[in-house]
Design a protein around this ligand. Sequence first.
Ligand code: PEP
Ligand code: MN
Length: 354
Amino acid sequence: MELELKKLDLPSDNERPIVIAGPCSAETEEQVMTTARQLAEKGCHMFRAGVWKPRTKPGGFEGNGEKALPWMKQVKEETGMLTATEVATPEHVELALKYGIDILWVGARTTANPFAVQALADAMRGIDNPVFVKNPVNPDLELWIGGLERINGAGIKRLAAIHRGFSSYDKKIYRNLPMWQIPIELHRRIPDLPIICDPSHISGRRDLIAPLCQQAMDMGMDGLIVESHCDPEKAWSDAPQQVTPDVLDYILSILVIREEMQTTENIRALRKQIDEIDNQLIDILAKRMRISREIGQYKKEHGMTVVQTSRYNEIMEKRGAQGALLGIGQDCVKKIFEQIHEESVNQQIEVINK
Ligand code: PEP
Ligand code: MN
């Protein structure tokens, strides 16, 4: 299904991307107003705050609900910033609209559930507010696009995607793996759909916000949604990942927005090199597979098993270390060789069963 989109038409400064900032949760009137005033003073045009919070376990702060909506209204009246909040049920949509919330977003846990997204879409029918759809918690591009299609199907044309990373069982540096190839593929599939990066939920750590913002800009993303709190350490939710409005302003001030035009020529030449190297890589892989099949023939004639565990471990360890020496992530090299090995095994099985 093709999306029918309209310009988002959100306020931004020329030299900066679209920025939406504000606390993870609307905790108290004072916290909301203090944070909002500080952000407005730094030139921020759009204010986010969670009114209903999807917590993993009950007992965490689940948001103030309707009680917080007049505070959001006050933010808008006093500072002129547009307001944004997460909606997860038709009732949330109705209440958010009643209090004049400008931008609605669908949270990652909700996007993962098509029933819930459809119910939201039905509740949104007829509105002209921008709606942002976060990626689902699981790395499933089709599910993300499906969510966007459901909302768009209800007539919402001012649509954007938020890239907030993907949940994984083994936590590494990031709280949610960025898996940049997924938003890149989304952009390839729907070029007119703006993509906003959420470095706060990707990183889970305030010290990684700045590099992630830069990376998002370097990948050509259209905007940023960043959690900012007047007193981050005391935040009732997501405390480790929030930054003060002051720090956020600094992060934004050092962002380098690269002009695509200037580098077109250089990039073209570099891409040509990449194409050539990729061709070589594929040739070399084909050569490796041919040898693999020969080994398969040998194993067949000598009654050996296809997978020889000690040999497999030796390859993984050696290649990982070699890669690390040359500045390629050890994990990345391991993954590549796992795939190569899997294909070799398949080819050998084919030879043996012939
Ligand atoms: C949030 O933006 O505060 C939030 C709960 O995000 P996500 O849905 O990405 O987890
Ligand atoms: Mn949060």
